[in-house]
Write a protein that binds this ligand. Structure first.
Ligand SMILES: Cc1cc2nc3c(=O)[nH]c(=O)nc-3n(C[C@H](O)[C@H](O)[C@H](O)COP(=O)(O)O)c2cc1C
Length: 180
């Protein structure tokens, strides 16, 4: 495989995300919903299961400013990890390029043609079109130079019925060592 080498700071150095893209939904203290596309996220602990998301939390240069979704998570202590499928590329591009921090009057759900559905245990809405939704409460937070690594403890999982019927689907609810 032919590869191109680049170093941090090189013009055109490609962004790298350690996993697939997720869409984080959250509400602010007044109940206003936001969606932020996040490429830097991961399952980070086994028991209890914990998920980390890297949320930009302060300004640096032109690319980094505090995401309004970060403010929402701070104000409520809750968020939802929505895992999209490939049909939602346009939606995650929109939610990843329009910021309520700069355009406070935008309704991201309407903009991206997405449907907000009431969650089971958190105030943030689920994105109905995403086949997997993980409702989380904030467990802990690590402050880094531009982003904060926000760790969430899941309180409810939603999996599309079509996925749940797949042979290889991981059954989160019956996962071994759950809450050991
Ligand atoms: C593919 C992709 C991945 C992104 N990953 C992250 C990320 O990991 N963390 C982050 O803070 N912003 C990330 N962003 C940028 C935010 O999604 C973007 O700034 C968004 O407009 C913030 O919206 P908000 O301010 O309304 O929350 C990503 C954008 C795209 C398109």
């Amino acid at each position: 495989m032919q590869k191109r080498i680049s170093f941090p700071g090189d013009a055109g150095a490609p962004p790298f995300y350690p996993g697939s893209i997720v869409m984080i939904s959250a509400v602010d203290g007044r109940g206003r919903a936001d969606i932020c596309t996040v490429g830097a996220w991961s399952l980070v602990n086994g028991a209890p299961r914990l998920f980390g998301i890297a949320m930009c939390a302060r300004s640096s240069g032109t690319s980094y400013w505090k995401r309004y979704t970060t403010t929402c998570i701070e104000e409520t202590g809750e968020f939802v990890i929505n895992i999209p499928d490939v049909t939602l590329q346009r939606a995650w591009e929109l939610c990843g390029s329009v910021s309520l921090a700069q355009q406070p009057d935008v309704d991201k759900f309407e903009l991206a043609g997405l449907t907000a559905v009431r969650a089971a245990r958190v105030g943030a809405p689920l994105i109905d079109e995403c086949p997997v939704n993980i409702e989380c409460r904030v467990h802990s937070r690590l402050t880094l130079p531009t982003h904060d690594w926000i760790v969430g403890e899941p309180v409810a999982f939603h999996t599309a019925a079509a996925l749940a019927n797949e042979e290889k689907t991981f059954d989160w609810e019956r996962a071994p060592r759950w809450r050991d």
